[in-house]
Design a protein around this ligand. Structure first.
Ligand SMILES: Cc1cc2nc3c(=O)[nH]c(=O)nc-3n(C[C@H](O)[C@H](O)[C@H](O)COP(=O)(O)OP(=O)(O)OC[C@H]3O[C@@H](n4cnc5c(N)ncnc54)[C@H](O)[C@@H]3O)c2cc1C
Length: 431
């Protein structure tokens, strides 16, 4: 039946939810039945098992919700371009809806697919949903992008008030999904992944936000909201999250959302920053790139407890606290003089919340090559950082069982020596 009936498709990507979903709302507002589609892309290099597990579990929840309306999610896996070619033959598609993405690979993919679908006579409609403000909304008077956060943030804070009343009530239109039973919902195994238990704490903004500003920098307090994975995959609406924070007057937390928008805007306008320094002279730093030191960093065996605790928490859970991300990134790029791209790539594989814009932004910030970055001559001292943010070693002890025993590694490099070496090396590249 579905193959002859005219349908519209909503392509789920970073918006794995039925409520307050911009493109889905627009799709469901038309008179044509909507089929939900998800593609496990084999083209995308970051397609790790834990991320696939998160996506799969989220889709399964959605499947249950839409089944109540006699509908199903169409799940496909493979080469995204070939899949669209076959969908065009399989269905009588009128329009295709999806929410925008901003990474170089996804922009290129979406441009090609849009062109292909339009060449087949279909209409493609795209919307903003993943961020509060996208590419050209918060720009300078002459319409060029901001490259410094503070003036961007000033303007962002004025404009962001409008999101207190923006909501796309897709949840009210679910009955407009196509009456459609897909073939069996595939198993994770059939999709080529191994079932995995993920360490996912409950998201409770009401509980976390009132003390966020005071406690956010202390990793042992676990005071951040842990919402990053949900924002990455769109299982929570960024607008809903903002509204809640606005009601609680959580300004420091809202500023984090502004950094997120800022980094997405930067990646859009400066796509080369995916793997080149924002400040070009940093491409000339003579990295040491010592492989055994990189291995020690990855495994959390540098002999600096706060660095090691952070890396072990990443390896074990797919999450690392923001303050600790800054410390380990600084340590890798300054103390060990290892190329920030090595660390960025390691995070990309390990972080469940991996998001290219935020990750590249965070790494370039920490190594000094990015927008508004830490100056190259400011080298975090991992010992004083630990004394300040984990004074009783509560966080470190949580992750390093052999801390305070002879089995714990000796410092891989002496701080003052490493600091001076970093400053000299960076200044030779023009700083
Ligand atoms: C080297 C490095 C790499 C990073 N890589 C990523 C990444 O791949 N994915 C990712 O989502 N974040 C990344 N961040 C930013 C930040 O560390 C995480 O967003 C945060 O730790 C997630 O925990 P949370 O949800 O509890 O954060 P909260 O402190 O509760 O903040 C709420 C949300 O605001 C946003 N946010 C807050 N601070 C930042 C920031 N500085 N930059 C961008 N967004 C921010 C995030 O979406 C975050 O989930 C990175 C930071 C650094 C220094």
């Amino acid at each position: 039946m579905i193959s002859t009936e005219k349908i519209n498709i909503h392509w789920l990507r970073r918006d794995l939810r039925l409520n307050d979903n911009n493109a889905l709302f627009q799709a469901l507002s038309e008179n044509t039945p909507v089929v939900l589609l998800y593609i496990f892309e084999t083209n995308n290099p970051i397609n790790a098992n834990d991320k696939a597990n998160f996506i799969y579990n989220s889709l399964k929840k959605l499947q249950k919700e839409v089944e109540a309306y006699g509908s199903s999610i169409l799940i496909k896996q493979g080469d995204v371009f070939k899949i669209w070619e076959s969908l065009v033959n399989e269905f009588n598609i009128n329009k295709v809806y999806f929410n925008e993405e901003y990474e170089p690979y996804t922009i290129n993919r979406d441009t090609q697919i849009k062109r292909f679908l339009e060449s087949k006579g279909m209409v493609v409609k795209t919307y903003k949903d993943h961020v509060l403000f996208h590419k050209d909304e918060i720009v300078k008077g002459d319409r060029t992008p901001y490259t410094v956060f503070t003036p961007y943030f000033k303007k962002w804070m004025i404009e962001v008030e409008k999101f207190t009343s923006i909501h796309y009530p897709s949840e009210k239109l679910i009955k407009n999904l196509a009456n459609y039973e897909a073939n069996d919902f595939p198993s994770l195994k059939n999709l080529g992944y191994v079932e995995q238990t993920l360490d996912l704490p409950e998201i409770n903004l009401d509980a976390k936000l009132p003390s966020y500003e005071l406690n956010r920098d202390f990793p042992f307090l676990d005071a951040s909201t842990r919402i990053s994975v949900d924002l990455r995959y769109g299982t929570i609406s960024i607008r809903d999250a903002f509204k809640k924070a606005h009601n609680l007057n959580a300004l420091k937390w809202i500023a984090g959302l502004a950094w997120r928008d800022f980094y997405h805007m930067i990646l859009f306008y400066f796509p080369h920053t995916e793997n080149k320094a924002f400040k070009k002279k940093f491409d000339f730093v003579e990295w040491r790139n010592n492989e055994s030191e990189f291995k020690a960093w990855c495994e959390g065996k540098t002999g600096y407890p706060i660095v090691d605790a952070g890396m072990r928490s990443l390896n074990e859970t797919g999450f690392m606290h923001n303050r600790v991300r800054m410390i380990v990134a600084s340590f890798l790029t300054k103390h060990l003089l290892i190329d920030w791209r090595w660390g960025e790539a390691y995070f990309a594989v390990k972080l469940l919340d991996y998001d290219m814009a935020n990750n590249v932004g965070g790494w370039q910030w920490a190594c000094g090559s990015g927008n508004d970055a830490v100056p190259y001559f400011r080298v975090f001292n991992p010992t004083t950082q630990q004394e300040k943010f984990d004074p009783e070693f509560k966080y470190c002890k949580l992750w390093i069982e052999e801390l305070n025993t002879k089995r714990y590694a000796q410092p891989i490099v002496e701080h003052t020596f490493a600091r001076n070496r970093a400053i000299k090396t960076y200044s030779l590249a023009g700083g």
